[in-house]
Design a protein around this ligand. Structure first.
Ligand SMILES: [Zn+2]
Length: 414
């Protein structure tokens, strides 16, 4: 199974927007942009909502059938590890092995020595094609990088082989992710991580490093865009070089776990893809759920009441909702509107405040982040919420499709 050059990961908390999401990919195809959809959902999300990977498979298959999509599509077991992978094996064909928690755990002495032996030839000046900068590598660098990452990549190997045994080689796509770690990986670290992947015989087709800057959920990038652009270009050059140097899969590409809506780095990503003629996987996580809320608000009536009720409950359960996402949200509580404030809002005001349009003066990124993690409230609402998705599905679908197509696909790929 070989992942295409451009792939786009969509998350869908409640599994109702598969067709609206696929419609965005189809609009891109009509414009000559060939992108394949990947439906991703993490163990954390499944647990909060009470779904399983079989639901994601059904959603993907239904959308594909009803819209006559004949290109590939994938179901991604997102951010899984050894403790939860088994629940994903049957219905997924894309596995994101999350080994961030294993970074910094010291490897065994023999493993460290084997890595050192393989890496020693790069001590001295490391020249990587398409990178102007020369990297000075010392034996200490090799040991430091080994101590930091080798145990994690060994763990990725263990999970990979577990899946391979169950599904058979070549029957699934492997991604290795380290994006949910504390510090970014430098291009040099990425190079040696790729050596480790090769040594561990993991045929990764995508790799998700942690890039420089903050990737908060549902809002724009926070950080030095110039520095990101430099590193992103260097990372692509490193990947291209490492593929040849270590005989990794030819189509291995970077995966950007955007946490959604990193609009200010889409320009740099677009330029880098063109410069290198490189592929990419983009994961957008939870934007679709927010488009559902926007659609409900716009629809007015009970739709708007539901959107308001979810916001009010989210305010009440602020700590409980934000806790699991503490490292990837940044909410200024003083900027959150009160229940009394929003009581007066009409649907358009609610939609404008939530929709990620930085040019709109009503847009409130604090409210957006809170609602981003507030999907648990909607899940607890159960039938009332799901019925509303059904009742207002046209308004919602338009928002879901437009958001993916206009705000994500076009800036990254066109
Ligand atoms: Zn991620």
């Amino acid at each position: 199974m070989e992942l295409e050059k451009y792939s786009f990961g969509v998350g869908d908390r409640f599994g109702h927007q598969g067709k609206a999401q696929l419609n965005a990919i189809m609009k891109a195809k009509q414009k000559g942009l060939n992108i394949v959809p990947v439906w991703n959902k993490s163990h954390r999300e499944h647990t909060i909502i009470g779904t399983c990977s079989c639901d994601v498979r059904t959603e993907a298959d239904t959308a594909v059938k009803e819209l006559d999509w004949t290109d590939s599509c994938y179901v991604d077991a997102d951010h899984i590890n050894m403790s939860n992978v088994d629940g994903f094996i049957e219905h997924s064909d894309f596995f994101t092995l999350d080994v961030a928690d294993y970074i910094g755990k010291g490897p065994g002495h023999d493993d460290q020595k084997r890595f050192r032996d393989a890496a020693l030839k790069y001590v001295g000046t490391l020249n990587i094609p398409d990178i102007q900068e020369q990297f000075k590598i010392t034996g200490e660098d090799i040991d430091r990088i080994g101590s930091k990452f080798l145990f994690a990549i060994k763990e990725a190997g263990r999970i990979y082989r577990h899946i391979e045994q169950a599904k058979g080689k070549d029957n699934f796509i492997t991604e290795v992710s380290m994006d949910e770690s504390d510090t970014p990986q430098s291009p040099v670290e990425l190079f040696f991580i790729m050596l480790m992947l090769a040594e561990e015989n993991i045929p990764a087709q995508t790799i998700a490093p942690k890039f420089t800057g903050r990737f908060n959920k549902g809002i724009d990038y926070v950080g030095d865009v110039g520095q990101f652009e430099k590193e992103f270009n260097q990372d692509i050059a490193v990947v291209n070089f490492a593929i040849k140097e270590f005989a990794l899969p030819d189509n291995l590409k970077l995966s950007v776990h955007s946490g959604s809506d990193k609009f200010s780095i889409y320009g740099p990503i677009n330029r880098a893809l063109k410069r290198f003629n490189a592929g990419i996987h983009i994961k957008t996580a939870g934007t679709t759920w927010l488009e559902e809320l926007i659609g409900l608000a716009q629809a007015g009536g009970d739709g708007l009441e539901i959107a308001k009720a979810i916001y009010n409950e989210s305010l009440t359960h602020f700590d409980e909702l934000c806790g699991p996402y503490a490292t990837v949200i940044d909410i200024d509580k003083s900027k959150l509107p009160s229940s009394d404030d929003i009581e007066k809002w009409d649907g358009q005001t609610f939609a404008d405040t939530l929709r990620h349009d930085p040019t709109c003066s009503s847009y409130n990124s604090d409210l957006r982040q809170l609602l981003h993690v507030g999907y648990k409230i909607a899940a607890q609402m159960g039938v009332r919420y799901l019925d509303a998705l059904q009742r207002y599905k046209e308004t919602i679908a338009t928002n879901v499709t437009d958001n993916i197509y206009q705000r994500h696909i076009l800036p990254v790929f066109s």
